[in-house]
Design a protein around this ligand. Structure first.
Ligand code: FAD
Ligand code: EPU
Length: 338
């Protein structure tokens, strides 16, 4: 087992931030992972498990053993007349897994096309886009307890999924290494095109027959036109969550700001578009050194090249304060700050 010392994490995070890991290793099999967990170096250090590094901001060097999860493999483990149960190893690239499912005509993940990162991280924040979250097709996951090395199966309810939330971001933070995720996918896909932009895109693509492939292509087109590509400009997607406010607060804001972008929720509250709040606070395109608020999508903070994690973090603090001063709304960071 190769454990490297003083390794640059710049290639391992989509913000492209320089940070040095005290130790670094990659795991490619469960046997390898078990061996690692019983090693001296593992026990003697704190650990950080990473996938594609697309939802991380390193604000300092990482005085820990960084474990890059490279477990691979996709398997159909069970089938009924209506459903395919597909188990995907944690280190599989998410978008490649989605394309695999589309190829087999297993429906349910197509709206989540082109989300960066690995499958193992997908339950961490219950990834979501274009009207779908993984909780909609999630069946179960396997994880290894980081201290005892014991394997635990988590059902959907045990994951406590919420909007960009799960038990793994809260009480089980850093306690489990997710090794695989199983999805219950439909063999007779129902199409979810309620998210307005998808319908429009399908129309402009002149799609004659709706299919999960067509939806995936539409989502890919929309995402490519809206979100900055981390290969071109460092970022971790939405830096903040869209905030939820009670009805009273929503009505007050709506009187003051008639163009407020908000969506009613089932619980009576409203979800506000954080990107709109940030833009209306005058920060869209704002730049401090190499840290910036993206010029087309204000919810995304970017690294123009040489920004440090602290510079991005400080910019995020300025965004929080400016939005709060103008709207009295507290934004919450979505990205994991290390
Ligand atoms: P990492 O960044 O490597 O890790 C994220 C967190 O998960 C860390 O806390 C890490 O310790 C933990 N972790 C990772 N793997 C494991 C594991 N196997 N076991 C235990 N813990 C683990 N997200 C959305 O929800 N919707 C979007 O539409 C979306 N769009 C994005 C667009 C862009 C351009 C970018 C850059 C990001 C976007 N994201 C989006 C965020 C990101 O892609 C997701 O959060 C993704 O699931 C992160 O996967 P990762 O493998 O890169 O995780
Ligand atoms: N908006 C602005 N100005 C901006 C950005 C957005 O006014 O600079 C407005 C838009 O005009 C629109 C509304 O805000 O009316 C929503 O914008 P968009 O559809 O682009 O979605 P979002 O709320 O900014 C969310 C997710 C994305 C996900 C998309 C599509 C969060 C925090 N973000 O973004 O997820 O891909 O919807 O479903 O929920 C991520 O989590 O990293 C991520 C990219």
């Amino acid at each position: 087992m190769l454990i490297l010392n003083n390794t640059s994490l710049k290639p391992y995070n989509t913000f492209g931030i320089e940070s040095i890991a005290k130790h670094f290793t990659s795991v490619q099999s469960i046997a390898h992972l078990n061996e690692l967990i019983h090693s001296q170096q593992y026990k003697a250090n704190e650990r950080l498990i990473i996938g594609g590094g697309s939802n991380l901001l390193f604000t300092k060097n990482v005085n820990a053993l960084v474990i890059k999860n490279d477990l691979r493999g996709i398997a159909l483990i069970k089938e009924t007349a209506d459903y395919a149960f597909v188990k995907c190893a944690a280190g599989e690239v998410w978008h490649e897994f989605v394309l695999w499912c589309i190829e087999k005509n297993y429906g349910g993940l197509e709206n989540l096309s082109l989300i960066p990162g690995c499958t193992g991280a997908s339950p961490m924040q219950n990834i979501g886009a274009y009207g779908v979250e993984i909780k909609d097709t999630f069946y179960e996951l396997e994880a290894i307890h980081a201290e005892t090395g014991q394997l635990k199966l988590f059902s959907k309810s045990e994951c406590e999924f919420g909007y960009r939330e799960s038990v793994f971001k809260r009480q089980f933070k850093n306690q489990f290494i997710i090794t695989s995720v199983t999805f219950k996918l439909s063999k007779h896909p129902e199409f979810n095109i309620d998210y307005g932009a998808i319908k429009q895109e399908l129309e402009s693509m002149n799609v004659s027959e709706l299919s999960i492939k067509a939806i995936s292509d539409a989502v890919i087109n929309i995402r490519s036109s809206k979100l900055p590509n981390p290969k071109e400009i460092g970022n971790a997607g939405s830096f903040f969550k869209n905030p939820e406010v009670p009805t009273d607060h929503y009505h007050q804001l709506k009187i003051q700001f008639p163009n407020l972008v908000a969506y009613p929720l089932e619980n009576g509250n409203y979800k506000l578009a954080a990107g709109w709040l940030i833009e209306q606070s005058g920060l869209k395109g704002f730049r401090q050194g190499d840290a910036g608020v993206h010029k087309n999508q204000a919810l995304v903070l970017v690294n123009y090249g040489m920004a440090t994690g602290n510079e991005i973090y400080n910019l995020s603090t300025l965004v929080l304060k400016t939005v709060n001063d103008k709207f009295g709304v507290n934004l919450e960071r979505e990205v994991n700050i290390i």
